[in-house]
Design a protein around this ligand. Structure first.
Ligand code: PMT
Length: 223
């Protein structure tokens, strides 16, 4: 990084998937490896921030100098994020692929195969990012948008609807980037600007994104 753009700031990053239990042996989840979020946490730490990484289940080691809180479900992630934000937060970066729904009734015992069909009733999880941004629990909020079509349209919709300062959109229909790959390519949108970043290793991309976030945060905080 060209300068310590986040020197001394408190930064909270979410990363990885969540797992929503169906019964003691099964869950609903997604393909997030955690790499993008871990890269964001490492880049923020290298930019001088004190970083808390709230992580769903991944096989990655915690980046050096970063405090990691391990969680499993979306509800666990919400609780850990609220706890991390309680002492104040200058920047919240939501990279996690949080499950939008959980199973209404988690079964206490393994479900037996008895019928040809089985229906699971799902209920919506709290949107952690919207919760943080709407209540202004962090002074600058950055979301990611995982889209498979109309990437800019849906990303801008999330920027407005979730009350964000910035959104980083990736096209997760392209298997060379996004979920569980070494590289990523993104388009970033904020209220009066946009920038695209071509496909590159996630750690290099994260450093460039942290630089941009640091600049835009300064503009917002000190107009
Ligand atoms: O982990 P990797 O394998 O490296 O893959 C990286 C990634 C593709 C997961 C990452 O780059 C990415 O796009 N993360 C966001 C995934 C996602 O769930 O996007 P979304 O468009 O469904 O959600 C929008 C935003 O709301 C995200 O910032 C998400 O963290 C947040 N959200 C969503 C639902 C919810 N209940 N709580 C949230 O905070």
């Amino acid at each position: 990084l060209s300068e310590q753009v986040l020197q001394g700031l408190r930064v909270v990053v979410t990363a990885g998937p969540t797992r929503e239990a169906i019964d003691p042996v099964r869950y609903i989840s997604n393909h997030s490896s955690g790499r993008m979020g871990y890269a964001m946490a490492a880049a923020a730490q290298q930019a001088g921030a004190n970083v808390v990484l709230v992580s769903g289940p991944t096989s990655l080691p915690a980046p050096a100098g970063v405090q990691r809180l391990d969680v499993v479900s979306a509800d666990d992630m919400l609780a850990a994020v609220e706890q991390s934000l309680a002492e104040g937060c200058d920047l919240f970066i939501a990279t996690a692929a949080v499950a939008d729904y959980r199973v209404r009734l988690k079964q206490a015992h393994k479900i037996k195969k008895s019928n040809d069909e089985l229906a699971l009733e799902l209920v919506a999880n709290t949107d952690i990012l919207a919760h943080v941004a709407t209540r202004q629990l962090a002074s600058y909020c950055v979301g990611f948008a995982a889209e498979t079509r109309r990437v800019e349209h849906y990303a801008r919709d999330k920027l407005e609807r979730k009350n964000l300062d910035m959104i980083i959109a990736n096209d997760v229909s392209d298997t060379r980037i996004g979920f569980n790959s070494e590289n990523n390519a993104v388009s970033v949108f904020w209220h009066d600007g946009t920038q695209t970043f071509p496909s590159q290793p996630k750690q290099a991309l994260a450093s460039a994104l942290i630089e941009l976030i640091g600049q835009q945060r300064r503009i917002k905080i000190k107009p």
